[in-house]
Design a protein around this ligand. Sequence first.
Ligand code: CA
Ligand code: CA
Length: 459
Amino acid sequence: AIASADNIRITPSLRSKKGWAWTKNPITFDQWSVECVFKVTGRGRIGADGLAVWYTTQKSQEGTVYGSTDMWNGLGVFMDSFDNDGQHNNPYVMAMVNDGTKQYDHQSDGSQQQIGGCMRDFRNKPYPVRVKVEYYNRILTVFINTGLTNNKDDFELCLRQENVDLPKGGYFGISAATGGLADDHDVLAFLTHSLHDGDQLAAKTQVSEQERQKYENEFDTYYKELEKNKQDFNQAHPDKVRQDYEGEFDNQGERELRMIFEGQNSIHHAVKELRKTLDELLGRQEMVLTRVSQLSTGGAVQAPQGGAQQQMGGGGGVPMLDTIKRHEVDRVMNNQNDLMQSAREMRQLLNDIQNRANVIQQNMGQGGGAAGGGGGGGLPQHTQQAISELQEHMKYVRQDVVNLVNRPQSAGGVACPPPLAVSCITPTLFFVSIIAQFVLLIAYMVYRSNKEAQAKKFY
Ligand SMILES: [Ca+2]
Ligand SMILES: [Ca+2]
C-alpha cells in the first residue's frame, strides 16, 4: 500500500499487485460499525480483482483472498470486481464469515459461502463509494453507497443477516489485489465506531473523560511536531513546495466534468421528485375512479377532496355516454400526442448527452495521458465545443422536466361549459386520469433511459 496526503493506494493499477492496511491494536468493544470510503478506478470495461474489508482475530499477511490470507477467522466483506464464474453478476458486494477452516472459493466467486450479498457497480464512480458494515446484537448489516451522488448518506441496504457470531477482540483491515486486469484501489477513509446499549454507554463515558484529556494533549504535541517538520521541509526544499500546490487546482476538463455530474444529479433529483408527485397523482386518480363508479351506479356523491373542485350536485344517475363531447376527446388526444412528442425529445436529448459525455471521457483519457508527461495543457477545441453544447442541452432537459411537472395542472384546468355542471364532471375526471397515466409513462421512460445511459457508460 502506498500512502499519500488524502488516501491510501492499496494497489496501483498494475498486474498482480497486492496491498493491505490493518489497525494497530485489537478492538476492545464487541459491537461496532465501520465505514470504508474507497474508489476503484480502471481504464478497462472490466477490472480485477477487488477490495476487502476485514474483521479478523489476526492481522493477516499477504495471501490469495483479495491480497490477504485465506482461512481467516472472522468476517470478510468483499467488493469483487471480476466475474470468475461467468454468471454476469459482478461487480458484487458480499460478506463471508470464516472460522479459520474454510478456503475461499475464487472459482465460484464465493457464491456458496456468502452469508449474503448484492450486485452493485462500484467501479469508476464520480464520487467515492462507501460501504458500511454494522455488527450489533449478533446482526450483521452491510450498506452500500455507490457514489453516484455526492450525498454521503445515500446508503442502500445490501445484506442483513441475524445470528452471526464473530470472535471478540479482532483487528480491522483492508486489502486489495489485482490480477491479469488491474484497477487502482484507493481508500480515502476508514471510520470505526463502537456501538453500545444506553446504560453501557453511561458507565463508559465517565472513565473516558480523563483519557480524552490525555489523548488531546498527545494529539496537540504530535500536530505541532508535524507542522514544525513541514516547515523545516519546506525551507530545506523550496523547489518542491510549488509542485504541491499545482495538484490542488483541477484542470478545466475535470471541472467541466464535475459540472456535468452535478447537472445529472439535479436531473436525477428532479425525476425522483416527479415520480413522487406522480405516485400521489395515481393515488388520487384511483380515488376519483372509485367516485366515478359510484356516480354511475346512481349513489349520492360528495366532492372529491383533492381532485376536481366543481360542486357536485346530488343528482346522480346521469348516463355517462351523453357526457363526453367529441371536441373534448379531440383535445385529450392532442394533449397526449403533445406529451408523447416531448417525451421523445427528452429521450433524444438524453442520448445526445450520453454520446457527448462518452466523447469527452475518451478525450479526457487521452488528454490525461499527455498531461501526465508534459504540463497541464488546455482542452482541445472540439472538446470545449462539445462541453458547451452539452451544457446547453442540459438546460433544455431541465426546462422540459420543469414543464412536465407543471403540465398536469395546466392541462387539468380546462374550463368546462358552465351550464352543464353535472355532465362536465365526468370528462374532467376522464381527462385527469388519462393525463396522469401518460405523465407516469413519460417519467418511467426518462427514468429508464437515464438508468440505461448510466449502465452503458461503464459496460
Ligand atoms: Ca471474483
Ligand atoms: Ca460472479
